[in-house]
Design a binder for this molecule. Structure first.
Ligand code: PMP
Length: 354
């Protein structure tokens, strides 16, 4: 292709999602929930009218927005929904990061942030997490064009308490601060309780992890009505019908069942705490995890070799091999049975035996 023509094309380096093998494996590589969605989701799916698919979905996603508002005791005006939190976050980047100054996010974090920044030509500057993978909040006191970080952070699983999050928000009153809470249900308090106190705060959550609905693609933002309106204006300038009929109907059922949600989150947290002990016994090291995954390294075993050996065995975990995290694997918390299979393999691999 000629140079002039190429110059007119938006060329981007895309995000690389985790592998989605279509064969049966022990899948601990993309932080999905190992348990099925709430029982009401199954019945709603069974009773869905095929005729509905003929029609466009409700562009306001009112049923889902109302169910979320009820669940979190918010107003509908506090909520924006999208096709997974990736869609919501992409819309937030487009809407809120419009400064000429760089936006800030940690150097070790969700690897989609720099992709969106490049896509939208938003300048950015990564702030180094410390040697224990903790965000240094003082780094975010400098002038910037906006801030985004996940809490718990990914892929490190490190969670910061609310006063820490609030400190960053309060030092950035002139820009938007996005707290990406994809994993907060496994951790602790959400920053959503601060939305009335700080008009620069957006909290983003998802149905993909704690609500077992990664395949349905549902995410949402929580903020004050003014920022939610800006988000909706951007969405309606992009695609009015983002949420399909099925996601809307099933999403309502998933959010309604608090008991099932609490039960599955509890099971995952229990398995996580047990998995931490098992990993320690095997000599792994990792920052304390408050998410549904553990970011682990072993002083005696190469992460890439271990990743490949696990894959050969049909056990998928995530490996990046990027700077500062070359020797780390991210292991999603599966069922007890899946984790037991992982540990059995690791014991053999490490030649430790029982
Ligand atoms: N934020 C973080 C930190 C994540 O790890 C993920 C999952 N890849 C997402 C957002 C996006 O999740 P989803 O689009 O499935 O809601």
């Amino acid at each position: 292709m000629n140079e002039k023509l190429l110059k007119n094309i938006r060329q981007v380096e895309p995000y690389t999602p985790g592998e989605q093998p279509q064969t049966k494996v022990i899948k601990l590589n993309t932080n999905e929930n190992p348990y099925p969605p709430a029982p009401g989701v199954r019945s709603a799916l069974a009773s869905m009218s095929i005729d509905k698919l003929r029609l466009y979905p409700d562009p306001t996603a009112d049923a889902l927005v109302s169910a979320l508002a009820e669940c979190y005791d918010l107003k509908k005006e506090n909520l924006f929904v999208g096709v997974g939190s990736d869609d919501v976050l992409a819309m937030c980047f487009l809407t809120f990061f419009n400064s000429e100054k760089p936006i800030f996010f940690p150097d070790i974090t969700y690897s989609f942030y720099d992709v969106w920044a490049n896509l939208y030509r938003i300048p950015f500057e990564c702030q180094k997490v410390d040697e224990n993978f903790r965000i240094r909040k003082e780094d975010y006191y400098k002038e910037n064009g906006g801030v985004i970080f996940p809490n718990p952070n990914a892929p490190t699983a490190v969670y910061e308490e609310l006063d820490f999050v609030e400190d960053i928000i309060s030092h950035n009153r002139d820009v938007i601060v996005i707290v990406d809470e994809a994993y907060v249900d496994f951790a602790g308090k959400s920053a959503m309780e601060l939305i009335d106190k700080y008009d620069n705060l957006i909290v983003v959550q998802t149905f993909s992890k704690s609500r077992s609905m990664a395949g349905m693609r549902i995410g949402y933002a929580i903020s004050n009505p003014t920022l939610i309106k800006y988000l909706n204006d951007a969405k309606y300038s992009f695609n009015s019908y983002t949420m399909n009929q099925t996601s809307l109907a099933l999403g309502v059922e998933a959010i309604k069942d608090k008991e099932y949600f609490e039960e599955t989150v509890h099971k995952i947290v229990e398995t996580r705490e047990w998995a931490k002990e098992e990993l320690h016994k095997l000599g792994f090291e990792f920052p304390d995890s408050k998410a549904n995954f553990i970011f682990a390294t072993h002083p005696d075993f190469d992460a890439k070799e271990l990743f490949e050996a696990l894959k050969k065995e049909g056990i998928y975990v995530r490996f990046w091999g990027s700077r500062r995290i070359e020797q780390y694997l991210r292991i999603t918390i599966g069922t007890r049975k899946e984790m037991k299979a992982l540990f059995t393999f690791l014991r053999t691999y490490m030649n430790k035996g029982e």
